[in-house]
Design a protein around this ligand. Structure first.
Ligand code: GDD
Ligand code: MG
Length: 340
């Protein structure tokens, strides 16, 4: 079986972090996000096709570096073709029923169980569904008995949202669906194709556990915090956290990171080779090689690779792009630094 990964979005809502890397390579704890995508396909899928468009060279060299170069094909779209157009664009690589997956999903879905469900149900295909308290941000689905989808509306208004079941961004589709799309044309799978196939049998597989769309800074932080909650604390052996550091679980600290005193956590992830000085860090993500000065406070923020924060500074609700330097004595709230 083959899987098509929709990875062509520019990750605009994650700027400035996605100026310097594709969304698929944003770190989540110890690994870039794309690894969580590949984890769904440890078995049963022999070819993974990335429909990509933004920073493709970086994605390709990362795939080679983790030894996935042969199972993974990366197809580049010159101009974004939309979620449907992107699948149509790789039609020549598809024959049997295939999986489509949004590249920005962190979830507990059991892919084998989903595939078995879809094979049993038949019709034009199936999609995975997850309950949400803010369905209007997503594709909203109405299910009837027998798990049949009777309505699909992409991003309705809050008042219009008729159910709390949302499209989790995982599809099993019959190749016939490709006949409904014109080649080289922008097509939205959710707005133009799904409403058409409802009459031909389209099924919804509900799952529980966790599901996060890592599309915005707050949902990125939510994804990291969710995994920290599930996995618990992990501090790499090759890091040096002083005895005087107050650790509030759960946290993740990568190799070669150093902290002398202060507080770390809860819900905080620190990459490799960071120097955290005497800071207090809560609810935040620090990418690799971040350097914090003396008496720095970081709360609910994301600090990109190589960020340097001067002494006596505080950051709250901030997103700092790779390599940025924050002057000493700064006090930043809800700011993005590193915008182009
Ligand atoms: N190749 C390609 N070309 N990929 C694209 C394009 C495109 O033109 N546009 C978007 N994508 C990719 C994105 O990179 C992302 O991985 C996925 O398709 C979904 O796009 P988003 O831009 O993240 O959409 P969304 O999150 O607002 O909504 C979608 O996902 C929700 C679940 O996370 C919809 O499918 C909703 O119905 C769904 O609930
Ligand atoms: Mg998304």
């Amino acid at each position: 079986m083959k899987a098509v990964i929709l990875a062509g979005g520019e990750g605009t809502r994650l700027h400035p972090l996605t100026y310097t890397r594709p969304k698929t390579l944003i770190p989540i704890l110890d690994r870039p996000m794309v690894n969580y995508t590949l984890d769904y396909f440890r078995e049963g899928v022999d070819e993974i096709i990335f429909a990509a468009g933004h920073m493709v060279a970086e994605l390709r060299s990362y795939m080679d570096s983790i030894g996935e170069g042969s199972r993974v094909k990366i197809v580049t779209e010159e101009n974004p073709l939309g979620t449907g157009g992107a699948v149509k664009n790789v039609e020549s690589l598809l024959d049997e029923p295939f999986i489509v997956l949004n590249a920005d999903i962190i979830s507990s879905i059991n892919m084998q169980e989903f595939i078995s469900f879809a094979e049993d149900k038949g019709g034009m295909g199936s999609i995975a569904l997850f309950p949400s308290s803010h369905p209007e941000d997503y594709g909203v689905v109405e299910l009837e008995e027998g798990q049949r989808i009777v309505r699909f509306v992409e991003k309705p208004t809050r008042e219009e949202a008729f159910s709390n079941l949302i499209n989790a961004g995982v599809y099993y589709l019959k190749p016939e669906i490709l006949d409904l799309m014109e080649p080289n044309k922008f097509v939205s799978m959710e707005r133009e194709v799904f409403p058409l196939i409802i009459q031909d049998g389209f099924f919804g597989y509900r799952f529980d556990g966790h599901w996060v769309d890592v599309g915005k800074v707050d949902t990125y932080l939510e994804a990291v915090r969710t995994l920290l909650d599930i996995k618990g604390s992990r501090i790499d052996e090759a890091s040096q956290i002083g005895d005087g550091v107050e650790i509030v679980d759960p946290i993740y600290v990568g190799p070669r990171s150093v902290k002398r005193s202060g507080r770390l956590g809860p819900l905080t992830s620190v990459g490799n080779g960071c120097d955290l000085g005497t800071s207090e860090i809560t609810g935040s993500v620090l990418f690799d090689e971040v350097r914090l000065g003396e008496n720095v406070g970081v709360t609910d923020s994301v600090l990109g690779e190589g960020v340097v924060v001067g002494d006596n500074s505080t950051l709250k609700g901030c997103v700092i792009g790779d390599g940025e330097v924050i002057d000493e004595g700064s006090n930043l709230v809800d700011q993005k630094v590193g915008m182009r």
